[in-house]
Design a protein around this ligand. Structure first.
Ligand code: SAM
Length: 286
């Protein structure tokens, strides 16, 4: 991790409340005063809809004892709402201008100025952080989620704004077009729900595609116990590169060492990867 700085007193230390950071005019004047233009590569689409903000925070069901992690606080719309819950908050921001702004504006945020893909999540979660709440930048959305799913310990709850297409892949069920590695890795340990589809008009600047708020709630036990996660991951990833090919010939060609296990796992060799349930994948991997 590059740099850790705890929050400095809010600009409004006179006691005046912060302006509402979902207001487009407030965002415009903040960007002007910072001399900053939204960086497309960093997915800087700021949330300008207070209802959606409320839906995100409610979905996290924050209560006493929770410790929160926010990814990409940006100008701070979600940061402001999360701080209002009173729960301790750590935020990771890659853009130095945004990191500086958060540090100067909000008291009480522990800010890590870093690329979230470089951060050791297991370290954060073993330190007691139990919930992630984030309006994720499109560029790192699914990669970050995969990293979080491989952390140890796993967070209890995660609420993310992601591209609608990613939300569809996270929540997909066997037999559907969107079902694949992301659904399998996510749903093994979590119940994943699309809470709300979100229009491009809820952001400034407006992205080209729809987004969705998704919630991950950790299961009391995984759907099945995975003996060797790397093996399980390799099996799923490799077979889905040919998702329409029958699993029998798919394995014979790509991963022959798994072929023998089909019968024991109760999988018909004529099935396609997109029809195989998570429990069957785990049995096959083991
Ligand atoms: N939280 C703000 C909101 O809801 O309006 C901004 C969200 S904006 C979609 C994504 C934020 O993630 C931006 O502030 C951007 O600079 C930051 N970001 C982009 N890539 C990042 C990365 N790899 N690591 C950490 N932060 C990143």
């Amino acid at each position: 991790m590059k740099k850790e700085t705890s929050g400095t007193p809010a600009l409004q230390h006179s006691g005046t409340p912060l302006p509402r950071l979902t207001s487009p005019s407030v965002i415009r004047s903040l960007l002007d005063s910072l001399g900053h233009r939204p960086n497309k590569g960093l997915g800087q689409n700021y949330l300008i809809d207070g209802n959606i903000l409320g839906i995100i925070v409610d979905a996290a069901q924050i209560s006493d004892g929770d410790r929160l992690l926010e990814i990409g606080p940006g100008l701070g719309a979600l940061t402001q709402a999360l701080l209002a819950t009173g729960a301790p908050l750590t935020a990771i921001e890659k853009d130095p201008a945004m990191a500086r702004h958060i540090n100067h504006t909000f008291k009480g945020v522990v800010l890590l100025e870093d690329d979230v893909l470089n951060v050791n999540l297991s370290e954060l979660f073993s330190g007691g952080m139990n919930k992630i709440v984030a309006n994720l930048p499109y560029s790192v959305g699914s990669r970050f989620i995969v990293n979080a799913l491989e952390a140890n310990p796993l967070p209890e709850k995660m609420v993310f704004m992601v591209q609608k297409e990613v939300a569809d892949r996270l929540t997909a069920q066997p037999g559907s077009k969107a079902y694949g590695p992301l659904a399998i890795w996510s749903q093994l340990n979590y119940e994943v729900k699309n809470i709300k589809n979100v229009s491009p008009n809820c952001f400034m600047p407006a992205p080209k595609v729809w987004s969705a708020v998704v919630r991950f709630e950790k299961r009391s036990a995984p759907l099945a116990d995975v003996a060797d996660y790397d093996r399980f991951k390799r099996l799923v990833k490799t077979t889905f590169t040919q998702r329409r090919k029958q699993i029998g010939s798919n394995l014979r060609k790509n991963l022959p060492e798994f072929f023998q296990g089909l019968e024991k796992a109760g999988i018909d060799p004529a099935m396609r990867p997109e029809q195989i349930t998570i429990e069957q994948w785990v049995r096959l991997a083991d």
